[in-house]
Design a protein around this ligand. Sequence first.
Ligand code: AHR
Length: 658
Amino acid sequence: MKKKLFAILLLFTGISLNAQINELVIETKKTGAEIQPTMYGLFFEDINYAADGGLYAELVKNRSFEFPQNFMGWKTFGNVILKNDGPFERNPHYVRLSDPGHEHKRTGLQNEGFFGIGIKKGEKYRFSVWARLSGSGGASTILVELIDSKSMTERHALTGKELVIDSKEWKKYELILQSATTEPKAQLRIFLKSKASVDLEHISLFPVDTWNGHANGLRKDLAQALADLKPGVFRFPGGCIVEGTDLETRYDWKKSVGPVENRPLNENRWHYTFPHRYFPDYYQSYGLGFYEYFLLSEEIGATPLPVLSCGLACQFQNDDPSAHVAVCDLDSYIQDALDLIEFANGNTTTKWGKLRAEMGHPAPFNLKFLAIGNEQWGTEYPEHLAPFVTAIRKTYPDVKIIGSSGPNSEGAQFDYLWPEMKRLKVDLVDEHFYRPEEWFLKQGARYDNYDRKGPKVFAGEYACHGRGKKWNHFNAALLEAAFMTGLERNADIVHMATYAPLFAHVEGWQWRPDMIWFDNLNSVRTASYYVQQLYAYNKGTHTLPLTMNGQNVTGAEGQNGLFASAVRDKNNSSYIVKIANTSGKTQSVKLNFKGLKKNEVLSGGKRITLRADNPEQENTIETPDAVKPEENDVAIEGHLFETELEPRTFVVYILYCM
Ligand code: AHR
């Protein structure tokens, strides 16, 4: 009998537990901090073939024959020699194609692209080359083909056209190719058709249809994916590549501007950083350089945020102090920073402003933020940063300076650097955290008690790296969404947040998870992408307090795995509530919009849901829509709204107030 009673009691308690309602109180009249336009943004680095072989739409690898192995990416046949006195000072190599010496033999060369060349049926491709006649005799002809050499088809060529080289002077030649078939792994083949020798340099192939039609342009689907995130800020060009494995190979913005033909090749550390994913042909052409980054920022509506070297080479890779610039020798680095501001904002009569105008953008790019250093640490970082701060403040007092808190989200380096950043009075401190699930689950309240008087926070690189599941999957995205409620609640000090890394080629990645994956023809937006998009589209204008039993909803004990935040949007009189149910149970939730006056009626709105049946589910090139936000209308009467949240679900409620 006793047992039976106990069972009934348990059952009863169970039922009442399940029926427990999580009441979230939103204080509609306690408008909090303004949410910065920069709040949710993007961080771009040329890792995972994000730039060359990715966003940068150039389809030819090693187009200027400047890779250390000059013919890497190329096959040559017949009579081809390498020369090094070409027309572009910083890229002196080119090839000379001459008669093979027998009428049945052929001379030419073939480029493999980046994991092949992706060609789409009916699309136009602009082939261009700098060329001259190198011997005696009249004009010479080359045949330019896009080929598929793997298939059983009778002819390799998908399409081809002849180009006549008619001058002994170096000149740029162009032609348009169009293929009747789609081929993800085509190659570019060039035959010499005449007896007369020709010299070829900067051999290039771009889709005509690039993002906004720029000739030195970007891959349209990838740039569109960025624009579709409505990013508030765009941080570039890294990451570790800013620092360089050695200072020689740091990202040098001055080499990335001016005519593309004369931008020198740089090493890319992601070529060799992880020997278990080794990519010997990964270099930086600088074709996607600082001008293009500023232009892209402008075109996707994001505030540009460049990062520059502070004179410290990558500290992970260099213990020896001599790897870095001595503080007393930093002048040229500081000048680079000042010149960059002039390049972005300066009058067109200034040296660098003039170059920007010559490149096609006389109007300023309106640079407001500049980061000095990436993941730096130790006493050497503030020592290096200090003279930059002094110089930038003196000449450009309005430019906001971003310092680093090192590579870790906590610990000795982090604890040392934050007070140092305060002492140097930087405007924002960049924090990085690639952390496992447990970390994200415990960090909902991370910023609740941050010092409000110091610099603001830029969560510059973060992603949930599942423990034992270090790849994209829904649960990681859900925990990012949960964690981001804490960013949003603390928008008075968190002014920017950018997930990382952004892009990855499915055949060329070094680091995962990533936000957008692509192959040569397709791209796919991950669940993490949709989390970022949901925040960016629904960021509102001001924070509102949201509590459960008087506490912030941060996934703390007793909060049933819930994380939540609320904002209002003054522009359309809406209240926006974001809730992540990270638990494996359905949760009953009541939203109580406290403080509404009688004449302020919530007139319904919508609920956007992001969930997956399986927490390991993810979007792939084959199944790009496996996890996608779903939108439904919701009805509400009065100021209370009750709902059930399915296990492991992220929802955004947008409720309008009449
Ligand atoms: O995003 C990948 C790398 O992670 C970045 O280059 C670096 O800043 C961080 O260590």
